[in-house]
Write a protein that binds this ligand. Sequence first.
Ligand SMILES: Cc1ncc(C[n+]2csc(CCOP(=O)(O)OP(=O)(O)O)c2C)c(N)n1
Length: 621
Amino acid sequence: MALEKINQVNDIKNIPPEEYEILAAEIREFLVEKISQTGGHLASNLGVVELTMALHLCFDFPKDKVVWDVGHQSYTHKLLTGRKAGFDELRKYGGMSGFPKRKESDCDCFDTGHSSTSVSAGIGLVAARDLLGGDEHVISVIGDGALTGGMAYEALNNASRLKKNFIIVLNDNNMSIAENVGGMSEYLNGLRTNEAYTSFKTNLEHSLHKIPGGIHVANQLKKTKSGIKQLFIPGMLFENMGITYLGPVDGHDMEKLLDVFQKAKRVKGSVLVHILTKKGKGYAPAERHPARFHGAEPFEIETGVPKSKRKKANYQDVFSTCMVKLGQRNDKVVAITAAMPDGTGLKRFKNMYPDRFFDVGIAEEHAVTFAAGLAAGGARPIFAVYSSFLQRAYDQVLHDVCIQNLPVVFAIDRAGLVGSDGETHQGIFDLSYLSSIPNMQIMAPKNKWELSDMLKFAVEFEGPIALRYPRGEAYDGLKEFRRPIIYGKSEVIYEEEDIALLAVGSMVKTAEQVRKNLKAAGYSCTLVNGRFVKPIDTDVLDELAKEHKLLVTMEENVRSGGYGEKVRDYVQEKELPVKVLNIAIPDEYVEHGNVSLLYEEVGIDAESVTKRVIGKYITVK
Ligand SMILES: Cc1ncc(C[n+]2csc(CCOP(=O)(O)OP(=O)(O)O)c2C)c(N)n1
C-alpha cells in the first residue's frame, strides 16, 4: 500500500519509482470511493493524479508554490499534503473545502474557485518573490477550459513582459465542463492531435541528423525566430510571446512528466508546459461521461448512478423548457452561456436552435458585451449565468449594457446559497451589485410558474432586466397565485394586519412557513411576494404602512445593498409610520456546507426568522 505511506507533504519523495503506478492507482481508488460518498469534483481530479504526483516529486512544497486554476482539481494535492483524513468531511460544513484554501494548509498558497485567475496570481507571487529576494519556484496549473477566459491572456501578456522565472502548467484534457470551445481550443487540439506533423518533424530531424552538419542545421532552425521553427517546436503562439513552450507531454506517463518538469525548472523566464491528460482517467463511468462527473453528487461506484433520485423538476429544467418555447415564438431570441450549457439548462435550446445559441467559453465579461452587441443589432439576447460568475462582468453590465439601456436579459442562476462549493460560489451578492446600476431592473420568481412568466415578461422588456433564481428543486407551491407580471409591482398573497412579510424569490416559500408559525402563535400576518427588487413597489409600502406595525423584508442576499435596504430607505424617507426588520444574509462570506444548515447558520431559515420577527414585534407594538 503506497498511499498508506503518505501522511504529510514530501512523503511522496520516499516512494520508490517502481511504486508510482501503484500509488496513482490507489489515489484514484481513494478519490472514487470518497467522492462517491460525499460528492465533489471527480473527473478533473482523476485526470491530474500523475501530474500532481510529478509536481510533488520535482518541487519542494510548501517552499515552492502552486496555484490551481479554479481549484476543483486540487484533491490529489490535498492528499499529498497531509489532508487524507479531511476527505471524510469534504465540502461539509466545518469540513475540508473542495478548493484550495490558505487557511487550510501552508501548501495552499492562493485561494481559487473562479476560473482563469491562476496565471495572474502566479505572476504576482513571482514578482513578490523577486522583490523580496526569494528563490522559490512558482507554478500555475491552468486547464484548457480556463484558458478560454480573458484574464489568462492578460496575465500571459504581462508574464511575457516581466521576463521572470515562472512555470505555467497547461493541463489540457480537451474539455471544459462540457466540450471546450473556440479558437484556442482548436489551436491546442492541433498541437495534441497532429500526428502527420509529429511524424514529419521526427522524420525531418532524423534525416538532418544523418547528413553532415545536419545536427547544426536542426539546432539553428530551432533557434530561429522564423515560422520554420514551427516545424520543430509546436506552441509558437506562446513562443512568439516570449514564453518558452515545452510539450506536449503525456500527462499519465510519470517518467515524461518528471523529465519535463525538471526541464521547466531550468528555463530562464516564463515557460509553459503543455500536458495532455484524460478527464475521468481510470474510472470508466467518468471517462465515458466526463461532464456528468465534473461535479458529482454521491453515486454508486459500480454503476456511476447517483444515489439519490431526483423527484421534482428544478429551476434549470423550467428555464430550459421556457427557453425552447421562447425560441419557437420569437426568432430574435438568442441564448448565451459562458461554458455552462448543461448547468444552466440551455442544452435543449442549443440542440433546437444551434444558430441562435452561443457558448463563448469561460468568458463572462465577453459574454455580456457580446450580448450588448447582439441587442444593439436587434436581437433579444438572454445570458444565462451563475450569480457568482456574473460578478466579474460588473463593468460590462454597467458600461456596455446599462448606459445604452440595451434589452439584454440576465437569467441569473444559482442565486442564493449554493452549498458545498462554498464562499467563491455563493450567489449572494447579485441583488446588491446589480441594483446600484441605473437602468437595470431586477426580478425574482417565487415558484416555477413565476420563473416562466418573468422570463416571458423580460424578453418583451425594452431595457436591461435580470431575473434571479436558485439552484435546485423548483418550488411548486402557491400555484393558485399566478397573476400577471406588472412592471415594478409586487403581489399581495395573504392580506391581514399587524405584521407584513415582504419576501423576494426563494424567500417567499420560507415566508409562507414563517407566516404559519406566526399565526399559530396568535399573530395576524400579511404576505407579499416582492417580485421586483428594482424598482421596489412603493405603492404597496404606502398601503402596508397603514394597517401594519412591522414590515419584515426577507431575501437570500447579503444585507448591504439588498432589497431590505431599499424598503427601509423608502420608509424612512417618506416617514411612514411603520418599523422595518430586514432579514438577509449578514455581510460576510458564507463557507461550504449543506444549504439547509447554512440557512440556519446565517439566520434565514423559517424558525430563526419567526423568532426574530416575534422579538421585534414585541418591541414595536
Ligand atoms: C468565472 C467562472 N466561470 C465558470 C466557472 C465554472 N467552471 C468550473 S470548472 C470549469 C471548466 C474548467 O475547465 P478546465 O480549466 O479545462 O479544467 P478541467 O475541469 O477540464 O480540468 C468551469 C466552466 C468558474 N469556476 N468560474
